[in-house]
Write a protein that binds this ligand. Structure first.
Ligand SMILES: Cc1cc2nc3c(=O)[nH]c(=O)nc-3n(C[C@H](O)[C@H](O)[C@H](O)COP(=O)(O)O)c2cc1C
Length: 351
């Protein structure tokens, strides 16, 4: 494999999504074998103890690399978590030229186009054909599936779980600190940034921006929470956009074993790329699934609500663990601002 091909594969990898745009990936080549590792400096935060979010991002990155390499005529032999005593080593990938392959990999064309869109409202309707295409992509990764709340009752139950989780992110001081620490207010409201969340990508309405910015201070958040601010924010960030979008589905993984979470990231990416090819806008909501796994250390006052959230989510999508909701719909235009990426060299050895 030449240097150029290796760099192209890594570029596809880092175009993958990651929670809070943390990009928690490290790469190392040995010959034509590639090690994908979780970056110790960009993982393991409060919501990422047990690396659930990082493993999802690693899975998405891995899938992008496999898809792009396939379009270049390479097949991948993947070993996930090769050494149990090395918890940051997510995968070893052995690339080999695949002369049998016809190199047709339609999803490859969507890798650079895929992005998160937090705007609303979105129109259209998600046809059963579209749902079937997205389902098929999830199922290509063994054990993974999408759940679609169909009836008003199912949609209401899903919405309630998402809203409660998003509300908790503003109510719990620990989750609030984590959320706001990833927003790069220094970038201003009009520019992208290469790591973390640029305010410009958050779709906050101009009149609300000063208030939102003030909320990063724990004392302001605590004071406004006495007036119900967290509930309002849960409503505005989740309930309203989802109500005003035609589609909602949930990625369900078979178990919380790390290899299944990583496989969930691969499925998430395939679904998102297919949605991109279909012209759909996508916003993930991960708080409900991740918080209800019970791994996140929040204040004691939130532990009971969290376990209720876990049961409610289980009722929504059992069997399995619902991990990431996806809001879907057709936007009239592409968002002006998109999250950037760090320079490739900062992810480790290029050769
Ligand atoms: C595991 C995971 C969880 C995410 N959770 C959320 C979320 O709860 N809310 C949200 O708006 N975006 C969420 N995102 C989207 C990321 O913030 C986004 O991928 C990142 O900022 C990079 O932007 P891009 O997708 O436009 O490339 C999540 C992404 C991943 C991979």
């Amino acid at each position: 494999m030449d240097r150029h091909t290796k760099a192209a594969i890594l570029c596809a990898g880092i175009a993958a999504p990651s929670a809070d745009n943390s990009q928690p990936w490290r790469f190392a080549w040995s010959g034509d074998d590639l090690d994908l590792r979780i970056d110790a400096d960009r993982s393991g935060r409060v919501s990422d103890t047990r690396y659930v979010l990082s493993d999802l991002a690693a899975g998405a990155c891995l899938e992008n690399m496999i898809i792009h390499a396939r379009s270049l005529g390479y097949a991948a032999d993947v070993q996930t978590f090769p050494r149990p005593d090395d918890e940051l080593w997510a995968a070893r990938i052995r690339w080999r030229l695949d002369t049998e392959s016809d190199q047709s990999e339609p999803l490859a064309g969507a890798i650079e186009q895929r992005h998160t869109d937090r705007r609303f409202p979105w129109g259209g309707s998600i046809t059963t054909d579209t749902q079937a295409r997205l389902n098929a992509q999830a199922r290509l990764i063994p054990g993974q599936r999408l759940y679609w709340p169909q009836t008003p009752r199912e949609r209401k139950a899903a919405l309630s779980v998402i809203r409660q989780a998003e509300t908790m992110r503003f109510r719990s001081p620990t989750l609030h600190a984590e959320l706001f620490s990833s927003i790069r207010f220094a970038a201003g409201w009009h520019t992208a940034c290469e790591e973390g969340l640029a305010p410009a990508t958050l779709a906050v309405e101009p009149p609300l921006r000063p208030v939102f910015q003030a909320l990063r201070r724990p004392a302001v958040m605590a004071m406004l929470n006495r007036l119900g601010a967290a509930s309002m924010l849960g409503w505005r960030s989740a309930w309203l956009p989802i109500r005003l979008s035609p589609g909602l589905c949930l990625l369900v993984i078979p178990s919380t074993a790390r290899s299944d979470v990583l496989a969930g990231g691969r499925a998430l990416q395939r679904v998102w790329l297919q949605a991109t090819l279909d012209g759909l806008s996508v916003q993930p909501y991960a708080a409900a699934g991740v918080l209800s796994l019970g791994f996140v250390a929040v204040e004691p006052a939130f532990q009971q609500p969290l376990s209720r959230l876990g049961s409610a989510l289980h009722d929504v999508c059992a069997p399995g663990h619902g991990l990431v909701f996806l809001r879907l719909g057709y936007a009239r235009s592409a968002p002006r601002d998109r999250s950037g990426r760090r320079a490739l060299a900062s992810f480790g050895a290029l050769q």
